[in-house]
Design a protein around this ligand. Structure first.
Ligand code: FMN
Length: 507
């Protein structure tokens, strides 16, 4: 089981999912261009060993497939993600267990939480080298600039760690930072994020906010930091729960914060409330350049790192990207939590091309009229991250929601647009979404693609077409006799039905 980035890289290498690149490459545009091609093809993680202007190797695309993310979480297959989600759902259930079996399950999970408690490492690898004062130069880090119109170099996969100045509770989030000078960067966190909340509290208390950025951590900790689930646990405990044992933490050298002891690099600094600089534009996950925004300035005064560190990064953009693979994995973790909140939802799917949150397909076990609308409304309010889901398509539970062809059939055969589509206007919208007329406010659409029952429709619905069961059984028995057994019946080529699935999408 991997417990730091190096062990994860070894694991990928052992499983043939890592390529080392000895050729000299430029972190300015070139690394992202190579990695993007690899991402489009679902290819392996990349370790660039010879990076222009830098003394350290650069790892990208390590988390570029759902399979590799499962490995990072010590799982073998995506269905295991739902078991983890079940654990989280049990932890946040509002009611006490009702039966002895439930109580035992709950007890086991509490035991897992105790085991997940972080530990302390007093001689951490991340502090083998300590650079302060003039020695600290952020230009030594091989920061990427992924797109030609990007404003500068960025950190994309850093854990940004802050603390509530009043309660001392830490927050860990993954937020982009832009290089501004040798010792400063701006941090781009949305106002709902934990870091932004901590800065507001520091401002109210008239204090500076201490910040640590941990780079090159175990991908499992990245997953824990990127999970915005409504469970009141610290991200460290959460990472321990993901991994089955506590994360080893170390106290920072110059700020009162803790970081993963096995990080490759750690930056330590402070934000003075009100001190901002323009940040952006940068290519974002919608597939466009975002705007320029005044963002908090972090002044760094200490950089610690391992003796022979490696830099681990990624970049945003139109899917597929690593962030999309992360989102797919997270969505599977949420499924049991969503089922707990809205019991009639049997399954849900957020297609990657819809940015893993703009459109949802949900399946329900329909029992009464109007239920699809109820399910759509419940979905939108079940978890904060569904606030920005523009389209919700509700289908019956016998539709495979992960097969777009079945969903299109349900839309085409079960929907009367005049009756089954409902639109809400002026609801909260994602400020990065250029499709809205007003920034931060927009419409959303629900589509009821379930089979209609009275009084949703006044007339009888046709009976579904099904084979005669006796004939179907006989045909299965005689298949070989027909001389057809050599044909692969499972995998029809989409091109046979007019589909052209491009191997490569635009950047
Ligand atoms: C690769 C990656 C990049 C991200 N970049 C940002 C970002 O720049 N700004 C932001 O607010 N959230 C970003 N996020 C999302 C947050 O990290 C995520 O929602 C996290 O759960 C927020 O934690 P918090 O609720 O403790 O603030 C990013 C996530 C990933 C996986």
């Amino acid at each position: 089981m991997a417990r730091d980035l190096r062990q994860f890289i070894q694991l990928l290498e052992a499983r043939g999912q890592l390529r080392r690149i000895p050729a000299l490459v430029d972190p300015d545009l070139e690394i992202a261009e190579i990695a993007n091609r690899m991402l489009q093809a679902g290819g392996p993680g990349l370790l660039f060993e010879n990076v222009k202007g830098a003394d350290f190797p650069v790892a990208v695309n390590l988390m570029g497939t759902v399979e590799r993310i499962c490995w990072a979480l010590n799982m073998e297959q995506p269905s295991d993600l739902e078991r983890l989600g079940q654990k989280l759902a049990t932890l946040q259930q509002p009611k006490p267990p009702k039966t002895v079996a439930q109580a035992i399950d709950f007890g086991k999970i509490l035991f897992d939480v105790v085991r997940a408690k972080p530990g302390r490492n007093f001689f951490p690898a991340c502090q083998q080298v300590v650079l302060q004062g003039d020695e600290l130069d952020l230009n030594r880090l091989p920061l990427l600039r992924p797109y030609p119109g990007d404003a500068g170099k960025i950190i994309t996969l850093g854990l940004v760690i802050t603390k509530d100045v009043e309660t001392g509770t830490p927050n860990v989030g993954v937020y982009r930072l832009q290089l501004q000078s040798r010792q400063t960067m701006t941090v781009h966190w949305l106002s709902v994020r934990g870091g932004a909340r901590h800065l507001r509290k520091a401002a109210q208390a008239g204090k500076k906010l201490e910040v640590a950025i941990a780079l090159g951590v175990d991908p499992l900790i990245v997953m824990a930091a990127a999970t915005p689930i409504p469970v009141d646990l610290s991200e460290w405990l959460f990472a321990g729960l993901y991994g089955g044992s506590g994360v080893a933490l170390a106290k920072c050298k110059t700020v009162d914060l803790e970081v993963p002891a096995d990080s490759e690099f750690v930056l330590e600094g402070t934000i003075t409330p009100g001190e901002v600089l323009p940040d952006g534009p940068f290519g974002d996950h919608m597939g466009y350049y975002g705007g320029v925004e005044d963002s908090p300035l972090v002044r760094f005064h200490c950089l610690t790192h391992r003796r022979d560190p490696l830099y681990f990064t990624t970049f945003s953009g139109r899917p597929p990207k690593e962030e999309a693979a992360i989102a797919i994995a997270l969505n599977r973790i949420y499924t049991p939590i969503l089922r707990q909140q809205v019991s009639e939802i049997t399954d849900f799917f957020l297609p990657m091309e819809a940015l893993s949150y703009k459109a949802a397909i949900i399946a329900i076990d329909k029992a009464y009229p109007g239920q699809a609308r109820r399910a759509a409304l419940a979905f939108w309010s079940a978890l904060p991250q569904f606030t920005y889901t523009k389209f919700v398509i509700v289908v019956d539970k016998d539709i495979n929601i992960r097969d777009p062809r079945q969903v299109v059939w349900a839309l085409s055969s079960k929907v009367d647009p005049a009756r089954d589509v409902f639109i809400l206007s002026d609801t909260p919208f994602d400020s990065l979404d250029f499709a809205s007329q007003k920034i931060g406010l927009g419409g959303r659409m629900g589509i009821d693609a379930t089979t209609k029952i009275p009084p949703e429709t006044p007339h009888e619905w046709g009976a579904p077409l099904e084979s005669d069961p006796d004939v179907a059984a006989m045909v299965a028995r005689r298949w070989e006799e027909y001389g057809l057994a050599d044909l692969d019946m499972a995998a029809a080529d989409p091109a046979a039905f007019g589909y052209e699935i491009a191997a490569k999408t635009a950047r």
